[in-house]
Design a protein around this ligand. Sequence first.
Ligand code: MOS
Length: 723
Amino acid sequence: MTKTFRMDEAQPRLLDETGQGVVGAPLDRPEGKLKVTGRARYAADGLPPGAAHGVLVRATVAAGRIAGIDAASVSGIAGMLGVFHGPRFLRNPAQGMAGAAPVQPGDEVHYHGQPIALVVAESFEAARDAAQRLAVTYEETGPVVTDPAASDRLERQDPVTAGDFEAGFAASEVTLDRSYTTAPHAAAAMEPHAALAEWDGDRVTLRGALQMLRFNRQELADSLGIPAGNVRILSPYIGGGFGSKLGIGPEAVAAALAARALGRPVRVVMARQTVFDAVLRRTETLQRLRLGADRDGRLRALSHDDRVSNIEGEGFAEPVSQASQFLYGADGLSFAQTLARVSRTPAGSVRAPGEAVGMLALEQAMDELAEMLGICPVELRLRNLPEKNPVTGQPFSARRLADCLREGAERFGWAGRGAPGSRREGDWMLGMGMASAARSNMLVPSAARVRLDGSGAVVETDMTDIGTGSYAILGQIAAEMLGLPIDKVEVRLGDTSFPGASGSGGSFGANSAGSATFLAAKAIRETLAARMGCDMSELTLQDGIARGGNREMPLSELVGGQIVEEASIEAGETSESHFSSGFGAHFAEVAVHAYTGEVRVRRMLGVMAMGRILNEKTARSQALGGMIWGIGSALTEEMVHDPRTGHVVTRDLANYHVPAHADVPGDMQVVFLEERDDMANPIQTKGIGELGISGAGAAVLNALRHASGARVRDMPATPDRVI
Ligand code: MOS
């Protein structure tokens, strides 16, 4: 029986009392060795006997309808097995629908590069050959609009407001009105999207690279027209997701359809170019920031309007002003969004949707305001921290933003940064910049099962590990709760036959799957306490020994055979009564070449308060990774679309430049400030994955300004924009 727990009130900080010191410790990932020695089986690894190879065929027009697909055009290719297309070849929402209305008919084309068919052959080479030769005719509909600025299909959302922005802006002594743009971003996961489907009667098993299996199983079932109970998805190892594997992908649906029709396993692996073409991107943004303040730096008015894009029919709109709605207070606030329909690769969640790009603009605008006022940028932020969430009125559950700002300034040597443009080493101009960090925090329903027997414990959940450390932290939580050394806990993930979890997305995985694991282990603790005849608060479990009520006993003896508990967590009253977010402060020092405009990041520091840290090492790696993505968003990452067709031009990791080693300084520091978020969940954690990126790029751009005088409002700040 699953016990469901609702987070209705603050819970005891049990993980502070168990006293093992396993939770929080900087332990290695248990699966690390498997990954670096090539033994971890990813979706595309290994082929069952009789498997066939599928390659996706992609649309060569940007808008229209498929008039005909001539399978005879490829029938002469040796080893051809079939061409699959038609109304069942559905286009799933990029974001994952998770029970929402399905999908669009497979014969409608909404963007250049959209998967429209699958060709299957005995060899990959034959399938790829066929995919390139397949004759497809289209009825094109036009005109094709690829530029959001030219789109007349605009959906304006009702503005979110608090107080009177216009009055506050008019009454302000100093005002600023600036526009910023950010480029479309690719998720750019290392592992290309892949699927291997195999049927047994009316049941299908899919090996895939997916982030949210509980939802993906339902999505695949809906696409195939079968019950979810007939679908099993295995995704034990995933080579990065960054949002691009949130929803079921065309490779998975196509592989399952073809495998059913052919009666043999089918594998579909996307080429890198297909990933860029056909997997969701982050929208480009146009952002307008208006800030009004008094001379002493108190904000009176704050408005953040944005325009984003997506293709027709997609529900997702990047929540650009998310952080602007809770970070600072003002007498009047206003946030308006416009969604433009265009023919470009579908837009969805990529690495901190909302904050990652919204804060590039907001935190530059705050820097510009500080400059206009002659106030230190750290001080300007400290003066404007609201008592409560300025839009919803909710108190913050835990917020150490002021501490992060002060501690960061101290550690980074902020006071010694000098006047703008005053430091130089030869042709390099040096400067420092900073920005706040914020990323809203969530809890998603999750279940987990924990089994304890004489030899140790096993944790089972369909939670995924996209490279973030789920295997490590879930094992640590169970070990801590059950008094076991970490190597006595085995964690099994990525299989929909296990209890359904949140999956990995929105930085909610550790909170959600972690809480479920905690609750299942806690239920076992309760059973053990009852067997010891003591209160759970008196029970101690350490090194395999149980103590309580003046008794002492080997844990294995107390357990007898085995104890199995399954528990689930869901959000409750605390998600309404309080507002939860991770907070931090980013500091950057950069060098800008006076003649070429090249920007080199010299060092970075992120000081973050993100609830209880479950594993010091994996948490730090997450934070560092986020900061590195911040460098990318500031300086190099830019997805380019052909203006005529919307076709992606930057279709590989050479042309879409994510930070490489040479772009990242050796001196990257992360400092965690101790924190417990009692309102967030029963383990008092906050999401970590995405806080590192949120604000980091703005710190780099503010440093660029301080060093060189260049204020780059169209991002990324490539050398041509700096000079
Ligand atoms: Mo995240 S962008 O929700 O994987």
